[in-house]
Design a protein around this ligand. Structure first.
Ligand SMILES: [Zn+2]
Length: 377
């Protein structure tokens, strides 16, 4: 693909949603539709969901235990999607899930409340609080080196889930969405119901290998950051699956079910940089994460939400463009003090990191803020 970022005002946009050509691993078909939109169309027209549901039944039948022990792990945040998956695994599939939650850094009150509501609806949940001193330092390093303030937590979620599965000898892990296929990245997992440890590292950690933090911390300190060995992984014969493989992934439907069955609550106001108030309400680091994504690639949280709504037929592209112009890339001003405090850095140091990640071909600095030199069309 040509490096379109070098060309002022020449971002190429998906003809169906508003995703630009700068999104990593995006591709376009002959109509100019991005891979996420093509996939949404295939989900409606080509995928045999009855057959996939039968595959799920078969997998569950293979792993379902009758001796009272846990037979699957469902990672949960208390958000709409994971609550939905846990609900379905427990009540529709008749499984006995151990729900695992990794406490996020700078957790929002609404996120904590939602997890409490979820557990109160009748679930067994194990909460892991990784060493916050290590977590903070790795988060800062990932922010500086990769522009990824959430990376430490993302690593924890994957690693803790695998380590607990091995520890408790629970051979099935059911994640929620397989984001690469769903939102337009690699489609390696589009036709495969399970994935292995190499996929996990490559696809979910952007290639960051957590062993790199051994230059600063011991193996003990990195317990929730270091992947189990391949041998351990294989000894349990762990099957790792995503719910989105078996059922048409519909975040809005999940929201409705989670609200009804698990007492999910929304934020009082829309999240920063978008128009909805019920997605990704775990931590204010997500607001920084999507702001930096916007500076790197020219699309932010609103573009993502608009894509989801256009693909489910709830919004026109024109409406989407208007929303993106209005909300995308909003600076998370109100949390800056929280960030400085958490990372232990000064305001100029924070600005320097933000400046480092701003794509100078897409943004110009004006009044201390980066403003786009492109416009979605
Ligand atoms: Zn698209």
């Amino acid at each position: 693909m040509a490096d379109v970022t070098k060309d002022h005002n020449k971002l190429v946009y998906c003809a169906n949603c508003v995703m630009p050509s700068t999104r990593p691993r995006i591709s376009f078909d002959h109509r100019g539709w991005c891979n996420a939109c093509v996939w949404a169309e295939e989900k409606r027209t080509k995928i045999d969901w009855v057959a996939r549901r039968a595959m799920l039944e078969k997998i569950c039948a293979t792993y379902r235990k009758k001796d009272g022990s846990f037979d699957c792990i469902v990672p949960v945040s208390g958000g709409k999607d994971s609550s939905y998956v846990a609900y379905m695994m427990k009540h529709e599939m008749g499984m006995h899930p151990l729900c695992v939650n990794i406490i996020p850094p700078l957790e929002f009150d609404v996120g904590r409340k939602n997890l409490e509501n979820f557990v109160a609806a009748g679930y067994d949940c194990l909460r892991v609080a990784p060493n916050p001193i290590v977590a903070k330092r790795i988060a800062l390093r990932s922010l500086i080196d990769y522009g990824q303030p959430l990376m430490s937590w993302i690593i924890n979620v994957q690693v803790a889930v695998f380590k607990l599965a091995i520890q408790f000898q629970i051979p099935l892990v059911m994640f929620g969405e397989e984001g690469e296929t769903e939102y337009g990245g690699s489609s390696k997992l589009k036709t495969s119901p399970v994935y292995d440890i190499e996929d996990s590292i490559k696809l979910y950690l952007s290639g960051i290998t957590p062993t790199c933090f051994l230059d600063e911390f011991t193996e003990k300190e990195l317990y929730w950051w270091l992947y189990p060995s391949e041998d351990e992984f294989r000894r349990v014969n762990l099957a790792v699956a995503h719910w989105s493989f078996f059922e048409n992934w519909d975040p809005y439907h999940h929201y409705l079910v989670a609200k009804e069955k698990c007492n999910l609550e929304e934020r009082d106001v829309a999240s920063i940089g978008t128009y909805n108030n019920f997605a990704q309400t775990d931590t204010c680091l997500y607001d920084l994460h999507t702001y930096l994504m916007y500076l790197k690639f020219g699309f932010g949280r609103c573009s993502q939400d608009v894509g989801i709504d256009i693909r489910r037929g709830a919004m026109t592209r024109k409406q989407g463009i208007n929303l993106v112009k209005k909300y995308d890339g909003e600076f998370p001003e109100q949390y800056v003090g929280t960030y400085l405090n958490y990372f232990g850095i000064s305001a100029p140091e924070f600005d320097e990191i933000v400046d480092k990640w701003a794509n100078k071909s897409l943004f110009e600095k004006s009044n201390r803020r980066w403003v786009p030199t492109f416009s979605p069309s």
